[in-house]
Design a protein around this ligand. Structure first.
Ligand code: ZN
Length: 364
């Protein structure tokens, strides 16, 4: 056989392997956030009817298409995500295989697998589990020691140290950005000098939130699913329920008061007199710090800076577009993990080109 035939066979293999790995990543994406074991039950099962799925209905890519995205037993819809993750993994495995020498390619296969799991879990749950972030960090350092070319050196020791330092940089730099952001934008506790009237008024799928003279859009106060806003009130009214001295505990989609919960979708107006506003946001972004550290462990320190830059840029553009289009939904807040993942993949394929372009700029 000639070379091109061999090349073709290996490319087909990389694509099929990617599809199969993608199928396993789907299991991780579904099971990790809900603490189900990856190995048990061994067979995949339908989330709707719990029936185990036989192997011939569980072929990557093919089965979803043949069954037209429905469970063969109960007919309930199987999310397009399953197909998308398998196809994305297959394409990335193929692209990585074509672009990089094989030891680097194998390390990058492991890396994109971590990225895909982290990205899709973050999309759905606004968290990235430790198995993905800390696991990714450890895998990245191990990969760098095994394949020192990842860190652009021949020495395993130097590769390990560079990988570790890049991970630390990823953690520290994002910690710095978050803390600086808190100082710049996040006043955490505001005591009003005099009791201040406030109103919350439903407007389409968002709400106007007015405290004293300050008017803001409700969704601007929430970036993450776990974000809260506490309002200590002398008096408050939720539609036609009246309260005396209470604390209103707001989440992005609901409000808790004296043990009762109201979905904000079903509330039209909240008003009252407040004496203190509290924004508890301690755990915010922990997963993102570790995620960027894992990116550093695999790709090195330049990738940390690039991913943060490219991710923030894309985030701002998409934020601006949603603002212009005016399509703001309660849950439409995008988490940061997918942007970092996008930045990391861009670096993997176009980092060289970017560096050459940048060096050219400096020489002008
Ligand atoms: Zn079913």
């Amino acid at each position: 056989m000639d070379r091109t035939a061999y090349d073709l066979i290996f490319c087909v293999f990389a694509f099929l392997l990617g599809a199969a790995v993608g199928s396993f990543l789907n299991v991780c994406i579904y099971r990790l956030p809900v603490d189900l074991s990856i190995n048990r039950p061994r067979r995949s099962f339908c989330p709707a009817c719990n029936k185990p799925i036989p192997w011939h209905q569980n072929l990557p890519l093919v089965s979803w298409l043949v069954l037209r995205g429905r469970c063969a037993n109960c007919g309930s819809r199987i999310s397009f995500r399953y197909f998308a993750v398998e196809l994305l993994t297959a394409l990335l495995f193929l692209a990585v295989w074509q672009r990089f020498p094989w030891p680097v390619a194998i390390a990058y296969w492991v890396f994109v697998s971590f990225l895909i799991v982290g990205t899709f879990i973050d999309f759905e749950h606004f968290i990235i589990p430790d198995q993905v972030t800390i696991g990714g960090m450890i895998a990245g350092i191990a990969a760098s020691v095994s394949v020192p070319a990842l860190m652009e050196t021949d020495s395993r020791f130097a590769a390990g140290v560079r990988s570790l330092l890049a991970a630390a940089l990823g953690y520290v730099i994002l910690l710095f950005v978050l803390e600086a952001g808190k100082i710049a934008f996040g006043r955490k506790r505001i005591r009003f000098d005099t009791p201040t009237p406030f109103t919350w008024t439903k407007r389409e799928d968002d709400a106007d939130f007015i405290v004293g003279n300050e008017k803001s859009l409700w969704s601007d106060h929430f970036a993450r699913e776990k974000d809260r806003l506490l309002l200590q009130c002398d008096a408050a009214k939720i539609d036609n329920h009246s309260y005396g001295n209470v604390t209103l505990d707001f989440h992005y989609d609901r409000i808790a008061v004296e043990g009762e919960e109201f979905l904000l979708d079903h509330v039209n107006e909240i008003s009252g007199v407040a004496c203190e506003l509290l924004i508890p946001r301690e755990a915010m972004g922990r997963g993102d710090l570790d995620f960027l550290a894992a990116i550093g462990a695999f790709l090195g320190w330049r990738a940390v800076l690039f991913s943060l830059f490219a991710g923030s840029l894309l985030g701002s553009i998409i934020g601006l577009i949603t603002l212009i289009v005016g399509k703001r939904v309660w849950s439409a807040k995008l988490p940061f993990g997918p942007y970092l993942g996008f930045g990391a993949v861009s670096w993997m394929f176009f980092g060289d080109t970017f560096l050459r372009w940048y060096a050219g700029l400096l020489n002008l």
